[in-house]
Design a protein around this ligand. Structure first.
Ligand code: ZN
Ligand code: ZN
Length: 174
């Protein structure tokens, strides 16, 4: 038996360890091990920077600065970013779901954060990701027997807020 071979903690594939604390077969597996499903978003659970974006360091560039997690994953799965910004369609800086990311320039980035600012001014009790119609749908689906997990899959929020909605701890006015 070769002790330098182990199975990846993320995908289960056997791989050759390149160092003693190697538990993932690739940077991608190490990346996904730091994320969690949150509705349609995939949220970064490790360190974030001052703007709330996930931070990711790869083995090859340990002595260089951190990558922004959403930028790194975009480069791995979609293509090089160059001088452009990787922006979020979902308003969730921790999100690393490439389906929610798009490229834009500095002007887009500015417009994007401005529209987010407007968005949050109009929100009530911090639940700005949902509309009153969606809240009513969520309660109806729950009454019809859907689980919190199934509901969270269909909306841009996690199980926690869904639970608070169906137990009427939030959105009491709806
Ligand atoms: Zn793996
Ligand atoms: Zn997202």
């Amino acid at each position: 038996m070769n002790l330098s071979v182990r199975s990846c903690d993320q995908c289960g594939r056997s791989f050759k360890k390149s160092g003693p604390c190697n538990i993932y077969c690739s940077d991608l597996c190490r990346f996904w091990s730091k994320t969690t499903r949150a509705g349609k978003c995939i949220e970064w659970t490790a360190a974030t920077d001052k703007d709330g974006y996930g931070k990711f360091q790869t083995g090859k560039h340990k002595c260089q600065s951190h990558y922004r997690a959403h930028k790194w994953i975009h480069e791995q799965l979609v293509g090089p970013v160059g001088d452009e910004y990787v922006l979020h369609k979902c308003d969730n800086p921790r999100c690393v779901n490439v389906k929610h990311l798009f490229l834009g320039d500095a002007a887009d980035n500015h417009a994007d954060s401005k529209s987010k600012g407007r968005h949050s001014h109009g929100s009530k009790n911090g639940m700005s990701k949902l509309t009153e119609t969606q809240v009513r749908q969520i309660r109806r689906k729950y009454d019809q027997g859907m689980t919190l997990d199934e509901i969270a899959d269909q909306y841009p929020v996690t199980v926690g807020p869904i639970h608070q909605i169906v137990t009427r701890k939030t959105w009491k006015h709806v």
